[in-house]
Design a protein around this ligand. Structure first.
Ligand code: FAD
Length: 452
C-alpha cells in the first residue's frame, strides 16, 4: 500500500531508519514524502533558524527529485488529509521527544486512528532515545557523569544506508518551500544533508585531532560546527559516533562526550518538561533578579554587544553576525547576563533561541540553567565567570575580540580584554556598564538570601 513518510527533524535520506521502515512498508507501492510547516513551533524561531529550515527543505526536495510535498497548517489536520488522499494505511515518523512534539504526535495519532491509519515511530533525533537510559531502580539520571557512563554502556544502532529505488509519489498539490527570509546582515552556513556530511568530513580530516584542547578557543576554528545540522537532522548523531569509532584518540573521546550532553539534556527535558522555563532547582531559581527600565537598558546593551566587556561584546556580536556563538563564549555571555546584570536566565535563553541558527530548546535552556546554577547538574551558583580572566585565558592574543568588535581592532594583544587600562581608550567603545567585582559580590549576597 502507498505509505506516507512525514519528515520533521530528520531532513536527510541517509541513516534514516524511519524512512527505511516507510519504504519497506510500501513494498511495491509508493512513498509520499511530506513536510508540514506548522506555524506553532516556528513562533519562537527567529530569522536564522527559519532560513536554515527553508534552505534545508529545498535541498531535501532536490534530492527527492521534487517529490517533497509541503503543506502549511496544523499537522493534526494535514497529515490525515494527505494519508487519505493517497489511500495510505501507514504513516511513518521518527519520534519527537520534546513536550510540544510529543503532544502533537499523540493528537495526530488519534486523528489517524480515526481514519484507520497507523502511525509508526522508528528512532529519534538522538543516539539513545530520551527515557531509555535509567538507573537500576528505573528512575532517570539527574547528573551527567553517571548518565554518560550508562549511555556509553547502552550503545546505539549502526548507521543504515539511504533507501534505494524508492517510488516517490508525486507531490501534486505541494505549496512548495516558502521563500528564504531576507537577512542581509547575517552570514549563515550552508544547509542540507550534503553540506552536513562535508562539514563532518572536513572536521574528521584535521581539527578532530586537537579538538580536546582547541574546542575552548573561540579565536580558532576548533569545533565541528555540526550543531545546526544536528538540529535539523541533516546528520544523525549515530552517523558521527560511527565515524568516531574509527578515529581513536582524545579528540574523538571528547566529541563523543559532547554528543552525550546533547542526549542528556533531551533526557532531562523528557522527564521534566517544565524544565524548559522553570528552574530545576527552585531555591536557586528564586534568587532576586532585576526588572524595570534600568534592567531593560542593561539587557539591550548585552544583546547588542555594548557592555564594555570585550569578550562579552564579541560573543553577542558574533551571534548577531552569523547566528552562532562559540560554546565558551556562550557560557561567558550567559554568566554575564545572570550574574553581572542580575537578569533572569529565561530572558537570555529566549534571546538565544531567537538568534541562534542551532537554537534548540533542550540544549539551550538546560545550558542556561547550568550557567545560572539552577539545573540538575549545575555549576555551583557561587561560580561567577570573570569576563576579563576568561578572555585572557581563552583568547590570549585578543584575535577573537578584534574580529567581532571593530572599535577594538587597533588594540594589540591581550590588552584588548581591558581597554579601560589603556593610556588612550579606543574611541567609540563603551566603558564597562557595571563593575564586575561589585556585581559578583552582589550576586553572592543574593545567593545568601535564598540559601538562608
Ligand atoms: P562542538 O564542540 O563541535 O560539539 C559537537 C556537538 O556536541 C554540538 O554540535 C552539539 O550537538 C553537542 N554539544 C556540544 N556542547 C554541548 C553542550 N554544552 N550541550 C549540549 N550539546 C552540546 N547547543 C545547541 O545545539 N543548541 C543551542 O541552542 C545551544 N544553546 C546553548 C546555550 C548556552 C548558554 C550554552 C553555554 C551552550 C549552548 N549550546 C547549544 C551548546 C554548545 O554551545 C553548542 O552545541 C556548540 O557551541 C555548537 O557548536 P559546534 O557544533 O561547533 O560544537
Amino acid at each position: 500500500p502507498n505509505t506516507v513518510f512525514w519528515f520533521r527533524r530528520d531532513l536527510r535520506l541517509t541513516d534514516n531508519p524511519a524512512l527505511l521502515a516507510a519504504v519497506s512498508a510500501a513494498a511495491d507501492d509508493g512513498v509520499l514524502a511530506l513536510f508540514v510547516l506548522d506555524p506553532m513551533p516556528l513562533r519562537a524561531a527567529g530569522g536564522p533558524r527559519v532560513s536554515h529550515l527553508v534552505r534545508s527543505l529545498r535541498a531535501l526536495d532536490e534530492s527527492l527529485g521534487g517529490a517533497l510535498l509541503i503543506r502549511y497548517g496544523d499537522p493534526v489536520e494535514e497529515v490525515p488529509r494527505v494519508a487519505a488522499a493517497i489511500g495510505a494505511e501507514e504513516v511513518h515518523i521518527a519520534a519527537d521527544y520534546g513536550p510540544y512534539g510529543r503532544g502533537r504526535d499523540q493528537q495526530v495519532e488519534k486523528a489517524l486512528t480515526g481514519h484507520g491509519v497507523t502511525l509508526h515511530r522508528t528512532g529519534s533525533p538522538y543516539a539513545v532515545a530520551p527515557g531509555r537510559v535509567r538507573k537500576s531502580d528505573d528512575s532517570p539520571y539527574r547528573v551527567f557523569t553517571p548518565y554518560s557512563k550508562a549511555w556509553a554502556a547502552h550503545g546505539w544502532r549502526a548507521p543504515v544506508a539511504a533507501p534505494r529505488a524508492v517510488s516517490w509519489l508525486p507531490a501534486h498539490d505541494s505549496a512548495g518551500p516558502p521563500s528564504v527570509p531576507d537577512l542581509p546582515d547575517v552570514d549563515l552556513p550552508d544547509a542540507g544533508e550534503d553540506a552536513a556530511r562535508e562539514r563532518l568530513s572536513a572536521f574528521l580530516d584535521g581539527p578532530i585531532r586537537d579538538y580536546a584542547t582547541e574546542r575552548n578557543r573561540p579565536d580558532r576554528e576548533g569545533t565541528s560546527g555540526l550543531s545546526v545540522h544536528l538540529k535539523y537532522g541533516e546528520l544523525h548523531p549515530r552517523t558521527i559516533l560511527a565515524e568516531l569509532a574509527r578515529h581513536r584518540g582524545v579528540g574523538a573521546d571528547t566529541l563523543r562526550n559532547e554528543l552525550c550532553w546533547r542526549d542528556f539534556y533531551a533526557d532531562v527535558l523528557f522527564h521534566r518538561p517544565e524544565s524548559l522555563w522553570e528552574s530545576l532547582d527552585a531555591r536557586v531559581g528564586g534568587i532576586r533578579t532585576d526588572s524595570g527600565p534600568r534592567a531593560d537598558e542593561r539587557f539591550t546593551a548585552w544583546a547588542s554587544g555594548h557592555t564594555g566587556y570585550p569578550i562579552v561584546d564579541a560573543g553577542m556580536r558574533q551571534l548577531r553576525a552569523i547566528g552562532w556563538m562559540h560554546n565558551r563564549v556562550r557560557m561567558i555571555t550567559a554568566s554575564f547576563l545572570v550574574k553581572d546584570l542580575h537578569l533572569p536566565w529565561q530572558r537570555g535563553a529566549a534571546y538565544f533561541l531567537d538568534r541562534l541558527v542551532d537554537g534548540d530548546y533542550a540544549s539551550n535552556n538546560h545550558n542556561w540553567q547550568w550557567v545560572a546554577g539552577t539545573g540538575t547538574d549545575a555549576a555551583p551558583y557561587v561560580r561567577v565567570f570573570n569576563p576579563v580572566t576568561q578572555g585572557k585565558k581563552f583568547d590570549p592574543d585578543g584575535a577573537y575580540v578584534r574580529r567581532w568588535v571593530p572599535e577594538l581592532a587597533g588594540v594589540g594583544g591581550g590588552a584588548v580584554h581591558e581597554p579601560w587600562t589603556l593610556p588612550k581608550p579606543p574611541d567609540g567603545y563603551p566603558k564597562p556598564i557595571v563593575d564586575h567585582a561589585a556585581e559578583r559580590r552582589e550576586t553572592l549576597a543574593r545567593f545568601d538570601e535564598v540559601r538562608a
